[in-house]
Design a protein around this ligand. Structure first.
Ligand code: ZN
Length: 274
């Protein structure tokens, strides 16, 4: 599922494609992909101009002025450019057509029954239940080593805390494994057992890995593609994720796969000692 880097790339791509254009028509396949009635989804977006796009955690925001689209793409969710308007269906769960010079621009948001495309008043976006509980963004000023040390002052395992969107917004299973490997911290460690140097390494690795992953346009592990239909390139940089049984790229020890916080977790037992 798209994590912070992939969400950033898709958000930027949607702006590159549709920024400054206005919506000719918009529709959803079924009522459960949005928080408004299907007819309302259409009329609230029609003739609005896309003024900007953003990201909050793993959520994409689409600024249409009087209304903001809050889009959560989860498992296999993508934004696709379609050659022409087509009514939404089970795969293309929300479809938006934009005006523009020359060819029409049609974007489909796929598999949204697993996620959503909600519409909010601009000043109410923070009331969205997932957005309301987001912790600091990893690139924000609030995300300091001091903040992280305080957030880690708990008995929970460090992986579980990093996956918790209220601790830090945007990390998911792939990047947490990579961050903990880079920091030399075993995912099952109790967060309150990390020394200040380890907290600093986790903090630095979080920013460093996410920044490089954005530069490489994300990780395509199963289905992620950007809005131009291209795969990311960060999967070639993964050091532990999905490498169970293969030698550690730093020390040659076999990477093992464990279950931590309910998720498949990849660890080098030598680089990340318990
Ligand atoms: Zn190793």
């Amino acid at each position: 599922m798209p994590e912070l880097p992939e969400t950033t790339v898709i958000s930027q791509d949607v702006y590159a494609l549709a920024g400054g254009r206005s919506v000719l028509r918009a529709a959803v396949f079924r009522p459960d992909v949005t928080n408004v009635a299907p007819e309302e989804f259409g009329w609230r977006l029609t003739s609005r101009t896309l003024r900007g796009t953003g990201r909050l955690g793993k959520i994409i925001t689409l600024d249409f002025g009087d209304v903001v689209g809050v889009v959560h793409l989860v498992i296999s969710g993508r934004v696709l450019r379609l050659p022409a308007w087509r009514e939404p269906d089970r795969m293309n769960t929300a479809v938006l057509e934009f005006d523009g010079d020359g060819e029409p621009l049609v974007l489909a948001f796929t598999r949204l029954w697993l996620g959503y495309f909600d519409l909010y008043e601009p000043d109410a976006v923070g009331d969205h239940p997932l957005i309301a509980r987001l912790g600091p963004d990893p690139f924000s000023e609030e995300f300091t080593t001091g903040y992280l040390a305080q957030a880690f002052g708990r008995k929970a395992n460090v992986k579980g805390l990093l996956l918790d969107q209220s601790v830090v917004a945007g990390l998911g299973n792939i990047y947490v494994d990579e961050v903990l490997f880079a920091a030399g911290v075993h995912p099952t460690r109790r967060a309150d057992s990390l020394n200040p140097g380890e907290v600093e390494k986790v903090h630095a690795a979080t920013r460093d890995i996410l920044r490089r992953a954005i530069e490489l346009r994300g990780t395509t592990f199963d289905s992620y593609h950007d809005a131009f239909g291209e795969t990311g390139k960060y999967q070639h940089q993964l050091r532990v994720f999905a490498r169970a049984g293969q030698p550690c790229l730093s020390c040659g020890t076999r990477i093992v796969k464990l279950k931590v916080a309910g998720r498949g977790t990849h660890v080098c037992p030598a680089c990340q000692p318990l």
